[in-house]
Design a protein around this ligand. Structure first.
Ligand code: CTP
Ligand code: CA
Length: 226
């Protein structure tokens, strides 16, 4: 079975996938996180591996188990994810499906913050590295294809199109995560692929199907040239 998988159209291609949330410690017992099960990133890694790719799966503390048959690198914070992605390069493609925390504590407390007479603490934040933007804008060793996600709650296509331009990635998969859609935490996803060619809306299907469609697109694109 291993050999059958290795024979797919992505054979010999190395692809870095980020997935899951990151956790940013506040003190030894508390953290800040984004909501993410890791289901979509895991499905993408599985689909890419199914087409024969060598996948490096960099994951934060997700709720779903990581995919089988790929190299799994577990991280906790955005800075650890950033370092792991840098170490995993060069690659033919990078797909950033992680829900990276935008901020970490400016100074993590080494001891547990206690309740007290002064009332609730004020938290001071520092901005985390933007992994997708940095990989997209690498002057040397940029993956041939860099893909990001944009989870938005309003003006989805406009925000995602602006995000693609700002970060410099090739594709953005935009999804509407408004609570009314029920997408967050659910088994399905409804995405619009935004590329230099414009916006293409895919039907709402299971995350596995979204992943397979994306993997096929990646295979078509990486198959051209070289
Ligand atoms: N991303 C990343 N590193 C970060 C923040 C985001 O790699 N520090 C990636 C995500 O994995 C995703 C894409 O960037 O593929 C878009 O993430 P998103 O949170 O939608 O974009 P932001 O630029 O953080 O903008 P905002 O949260 O303000 O909408
Ligand atoms: Ca963000």
């Amino acid at each position: 079975a291993e050999d059958a998988l290795a024979d797919g159209p992505l054979r010999g291609r190395r692809i870095v996938v980020t997935s899951g949330p990151t956790h940013e410690p506040i003190d030894p017992v508390r953290y800040i996180a984004n909501r993410s099960s890791g289901a979509q990133g895991t499905a993408i890694a599985t689909a890419l591996a199914g087409l024969g790719a060598e996948v490096v799966f960099v994951t934060g503390p997700a709720t779903v188990p990581p995919p089988a048959g790929v190299e799994v690198i577990r991280v906790e914070t955005a800075r650890e994810m950033h370092a792991a992605v840098r170490a995993a390069l060069p690659a033919d493609a990078a797909i950033c499906a992680a829900a990276v925390a935008d901020w970490r504590m400016a100074a993590e407390s080494g001891s547990k913050i206690k309740k007290g007479a002064d009332g609730p603490p004020t938290l001071h934040f520092a901005e985390n590295p933007d992994i997708l933007a940095e990989v997209s804008q690498l002057a040397e060793g940029r993956p041939r294809l860099v893909v990001g996600f944009a989870a938005e709650t309003d003006n989805v296509i406009r925000h995602a199109t602006e995000k693609r331009a700002r970060k410099g990635c090739d594709w953005i998969l935009a999804n509407d995560v408004s609570p009314a859609t029920g997408i967050m935490g659910g088994p399905e996803n409804a995405v619009t692929l935004i590329s230099a060619d414009g916006a293409e809306t895919w039907p709402r299907v299971g995350k596995d199907m979204v992943a397979r469609k994306l993997a096929e697109r990646v295979a078509e694109t990486l198959g051209e040239g070289t």
